[in-house]
Write a protein that binds this ligand. Sequence first.
Ligand code: BG6
Length: 314
Amino acid sequence: MVDRPHRPMALASTPGFPPQAQVTISDDNSTVKAVLPTGESVQVRLYGATVSSWKTATGKDNLWMSEAAVLDGSKAIRGGIPVVFPVFGTAPDKESVAKLPQHGFARISRWEFLGKSTSEGSSSNVKLDFGLSSENLDDNLKSLWPYKFGLLYSVALDPDSLKTTLVVTNQGDEPFEFQTLFHTYFNISDISAINIAGLEDSDYLDKVDSLKTKHQDSSITITSEMDRVYEPPKKSEVPVVISEDGEPRFEIVRDNLDQVVVWNPWTETAAKMADFAPNEGYKNMVCVEPGSLKPWQKLEKGDAFEAAQTIKLV
Ligand code: BG6
């Protein structure tokens, strides 16, 4: 094909204005998709406001999605970026959340798409906003967590980064407490070639060794099942960097998220999950999950909490 320097843009644009991101909603009203003029794309399922795909212009997905992920809204989606709220795992000893399902209800509730925007003066990015409030919860979940809340979740795509931001507001009279976390499944070529830096000098809770507290001296490599809650030194500005074969691939910058969970189920635990496929898929994923788990965040009437992760491709 002859390369014409002034060939027409594939995306719609108003004469005189640079092309904008295209945002579409699937026919079955399940998924919002945004494509940048430069070709990068993101897809968000309204079920859970789960980012289910984030592709580079070449079509490579930065996120891992199980081939057996349940996408009919009957189960949390196994892959992408599920949003954990208001409890991480389960907390049977904490009365206000004791009866909630694992990782809470945000990832299993249908959110509303609130609209798109772009940064002022730029056409090379797009932000998609989603909302979930007490009114959207099904009756069972409403009875299990009877607080009046609002969640605003923004997914902002740039050519070389994805930022997810969660704003939690207390819209009722009663204070409530919560945990939250972005459960990001990164798509990697080979778990044995991975190195995770930025959590050195952190204590961590080892969930696969009787919840013992241990200390991370050096960067992380994964050679067996790993399920750890890292507690990086406070006020640390150090990003978490996932490298493959010594080459940095993802840089995760946390804002107001004090803990980082690192999870890989490895062979046996992966085999026990009906929605995890293929069996060998654990070699191609690693979850690095920035969260606010400790202390529990408490919001008084009218108060708000905001936190974000920015994942840069490096
Ligand atoms: C991680 C937890 O965040 O999520 C693990 O630390 C858990 O303990 C994993 O197994 C997956 O959870 P789920 O509910 O999606 O199977």
